[in-house]
Ligand binder design. Sequence first.
Ligand code: SF4
Length: 265
Amino acid sequence: MDNKITNIELNFSNICTARCYCCSNHRGKKNIPLMADDIFKKVLEQLKEIQFDRIHTSGCGEGLVNINYPFYLRDLRKEFPKAIIDYYSNFSLMIPSVSNYIIKKKLLNEMHISIDGVERWVFEKATGLEYDTVFKNIDYFLKNNDCIEVFINYRNPRKYYERCRDILNREPLFKRYVGDDVNNLKNEYNEIQARFNSVSKMKITYSNTAFSLWGERDDCEPDFEKKHPCPKLNVIKNTIWIDPDGSVRMCPYQEEQGGRLVYGT
Ligand code: SF4
């Protein structure tokens, strides 16, 4: 029997430094905030007993809120030299010394960065993060990185608003752009590519984020009649989630609002 799990999502932190308009309010709230050292060591031992291809070191928050994150990464790299290890970061805490450590030791195969815009007002309203800090950290990483594949995902806030209006017939729950803001949001895909290509040593792969409307679940009617199959079946079929307390889940949504589905996603 093939008992291989393709992806392991190892969640070191349920706390985030950002407050993004598209993120779920309930994310990670039913588990503990950070993975402790003794749990990580036990998970590491258990991972040696199964086959997998990839470890996502992201999950329900910003991994670097857990001060052990770089050392957990070091141990994963040492134990699983052939696995693809990736990280989704908002870069608020990716200071130069952390970038240097990760790059020099080649601890990651892939770095994924989500960006809502290169215009200051767009970015700051989208995330609540400080523009100069994040962009300085990203630039430092891109200028010095010579071994980690970089993916930049453009989260177009205007598309998010349009999707909420089309599918849910309402505005997003977290109204970060008000009044004329939404009309003033332009597609920054080309500007984003030009901005980061100009500083990066490595070639960057760009994509547009397909929004699942995860953050809108709090205000959606439950699908009592089960008319809609889970929109994430294709994702969860190959992935398990490990929470900071070491518990394992087959579905990242099952603890949120009774597994409400967003129609049409
Ligand atoms: S989308 Fe990511 S960076 Fe933004 S609040 Fe959620 S976990 Fe944090």
